[in-house]
Design a protein around this ligand. Sequence first.
Ligand SMILES: Nc1nc2c(ncn2[C@@H]2O[C@H](COP(=O)(O)OP(=O)(O)OP(=O)(O)O)[C@@H](O)[C@H]2O)c(=O)[nH]1
Ligand SMILES: [Mg+2]
Length: 287
Amino acid sequence: MAGRTLVIGSGGAGQNTVSRIPSSLNIPIVTINTGDHGSTISMAGGNVEGCRGDQDLGWALAHDYKDDICRAVAGYSNVIATAGLGGGTGSGTIPIIEECVKENRSKMISVVSIPMHFEGPRRETAMRQMRRIIQISDRTILFDIDKMPARGGSSLPINKAIAMADEMMKEAIVRIYNMLEGPFFSTLSEKVYTIAYRSSPDPAEAAIAAMDEYLFDADPTYGKIIVTSDSIINKADSGNISTAIGNMTGIIPEVVPGRGEEDHGILLFIPISYRSLLSSTRLQVSP
Ligand SMILES: Nc1nc2c(ncn2[C@@H]2O[C@H](COP(=O)(O)OP(=O)(O)OP(=O)(O)O)[C@@H](O)[C@H]2O)c(=O)[nH]1
Ligand SMILES: [Mg+2]
């Protein structure tokens, strides 16, 4: 086995997200989808397109395929599951994946997106699904696709926003994987986080800019902030990042450097207060 951590992409969004993880990273990946989408576990027959947004159907199918899912997660201490909420397959399978993970006494980290406003009722469905996922997962990373088109002040075409969402979720998954597998050990100590991402030749500048654009309503003064990079962060940059975020929030972030040489993006994990998230105010669905 490659490591202690498995990544699962479920449903269309989940499968697209994990397909972006370079195979050179040797991250163990399993995909689950309804119908024949070239996934590791293809639920139902080849003629079935999907669950058409019916999460109960997704759940029932995943329940039928529970043995396959449990076999896939066996032996892993951590499972990172990703899906786009609002649909049937991804949202429906996560609770079954979680059952398998818990049978192993392993940890489950869910990385999920919330649909855009124009997707209408899907967004409300996703908000409900989100509460459940937060409750059953050890850690959840939330990400509102609606927050993406506003980036840079201009509106992005939908396919660009989706591609960007895939890319950011992929980044979050790889960083979490790296944190769990080392060599720089860190853990997500809060129950719920969102992320923020920026790329710049100056890591401190990127981290400061990212603090203004996290992808779900969060309270950066609550809990532990983690700043991760793909590349090595030198002592001076690390100090600048800590000082800047410390001044903004009163919290000294944990800086987790990567191993690459090239200039890559800085990704932040920003904590969300679990209590305030479960209170109704944060669950409003209108803009
Ligand atoms: N990141 C990302 N999100 C997507 C993509 N396609 C759709 N989404 C979002 O994810 C939500 C769920 O869509 P899918 O992943 O297609 O749904 P599914 O889990 O396959 O469920 P069913 O198709 O209903 O069985 C949508 O409402 C969109 O908000 C994608 O390619 N990438
Ligand atoms: Mg689908």
